[in-house]
Ligand binder design. Structure first.
Ligand code: NAD
Ligand code: UDP
Length: 333
């Protein structure tokens, strides 16, 4: 039996990953989450899908004493670290909160990792660490950390560097940094999906709330980019494919630091996402052309060939699948 700690496991990506992890009868899972951006009820939904309930600890990773007692009671073989604050705009307003929450949480976990036996550690990083590059297709070998436009992105970059420094001190530390591109979609059961607290800023949640009428109109941030239709292009990956990327990473975990892009390798524009959603839902969305959003790149997508070759992982689901699953999730709410 392997003992796994999943931080942020009631969140969007964490919950989908726990469902995939529970398929392995040899995994015993503890989730720790402070519920700052998720709901405890998600644990029941995970159990409904997986037929098995993970243990849930409501707690904050900034509470070192709580974490310490958890590690004293449990000998974790694997730590999957999703927990973090992730709203780019909010990070500009509250930089100290972001630096403290995301970075200190990670340091607290690292202080408790054992050095006398192997620990697999997976960290949720982001394509944002690439910043602005000469090419929009991001490869793991590109230099990171330059021209980052917000504190959120910098927390991801700093944590990657902290993990590299820490790995030099612990030969039993098997860390995988996964750089996610743009996760979208929902679990095909319709039970799990993206349900952020507050006003969303990512494209798909805004599309969803425009569809339900909670947002009167979707602002398309810029239609004058040097792209085929003038709107910015990103690499949208189905959250279930992303979740499976974590399983593949665990199967190939090794000492030191391994870094992988998890994306499809295909760019899709804002207008293409809107058109695909309108076609699948049969409903026209209200949209406005708005100025470019500050800090946005025109284009950014993954070169996923390293994850394809080394992890044997490939995306299997399309944007159409993600939109179908999102609509199914919305209809079940
Ligand atoms: P999410 O907000 O749905 O999940 C994160 C979870 O962490 C939430 O349930 C929240 O309550 C919890 N959390 C935050 N701070 C905590 C703390 N101090 N202690 C305990 N729990 C805490 O976000 P998500 O979309 O599932 O993202 C998961 C991870 O992936 C994050 O680290 C995020 O930065 C990263 N990521 C997300 C995206 C994306 O677009 N969703 C893209 C790239 C990287
Ligand atoms: N976007 C948009 N309107 C919105 C939200 C996002 O036009 O209300 C655009 C945004 O400018 C970007 C793309 O959608 O070009 C993806 O944005 P998101 O915030 O989801 O991801 P990121 O910019 O972090 O890749």
């Amino acid at each position: 039996m392997k003992k796994i700690l999943v931080t942020g496991g009631t969140g969007y990506i964490g919950s989908h990953t726990v469902v995939e992890l529970l398929k392995n009868p040899d995994y015993s899972i503890d989730i720790i989450d402070n519920l700052s951006n998720s709901k405890e009820h998600v644990v029941d939904l995970i159990a409904e899908i997986a037929g098995k309930k993970p243990n849930f600890i409501k707690g904050d990773l900034l509470d070192f004493e709580l974490l310490k007692s958890l590690f004293e009671k449990n000998d974790y073989d694997i730590i999957i670290h999703f927990a973090g604050l992730k709203a780019v705009g909010e990070s500009v307003e509250k930089p100290l909160e972001y630096y403290e929450n995301n970075i200190q949480s990670t340091i607290n976990l690292l202080r408790l990792v054992r050095t006398d036996k192997p620990t697999d550690f997976i960290f949720s990083s982001s394509a944002t660490v690439y910043g602005e590059q000469d090419s929009p297709k991001c490869v793991e070998t590109m230099q990171t950390g330059t021209k980052l436009t917000n504190p959120y992105g910098r927390t991801k970059y700093f944590i990657e560097e902290i993990l590299k420094d820490y790995a030099n001190t612990n030969p039993n530390f098997c860390a995988t940094i996964l750089r996610y591109f743009n996760p979208v979609g929902a679990h095909p059961s319709g039970l799990l999906g993206e349900d952020p607290n507050g006003i969303p800023n990512n494209l798909m949640p805004v599309v969803m709330r425009t569809y339900t009428g909670e947002i009167p109109a979707l602002n398309i941030f810029g239609d004058d980019y040097d792209t085929p239709d003038g709107t910015a292009r990103r690499d949208y990956i189905h959250v279930v494919d992303l979740a499976r990327g974590h399983i593949a990473s665990l199967e190939h975990s090794k000492p030191g630091i391994s870094i992988y892009n998890l994306g499809t390798g295909l760019p899709t524009s804002v207008k293409e996402i809107i058109a695909a959603f309108e076609e699948a839902s049969g409903k026209k969305l209200n949209t406005n052309i708005a100025p470019r959003r500050s800090g946005d790149l025109p284009e950014c997508w993954a070169d996923p060939s390293k994850a394809n070759a080394e992890l044997g992982w490939h995306t299997e689901l399309t944007i159409a699948d993600a939109i179908r699953d999102t609509l199914n999730y919305l209809n079940k709410q």
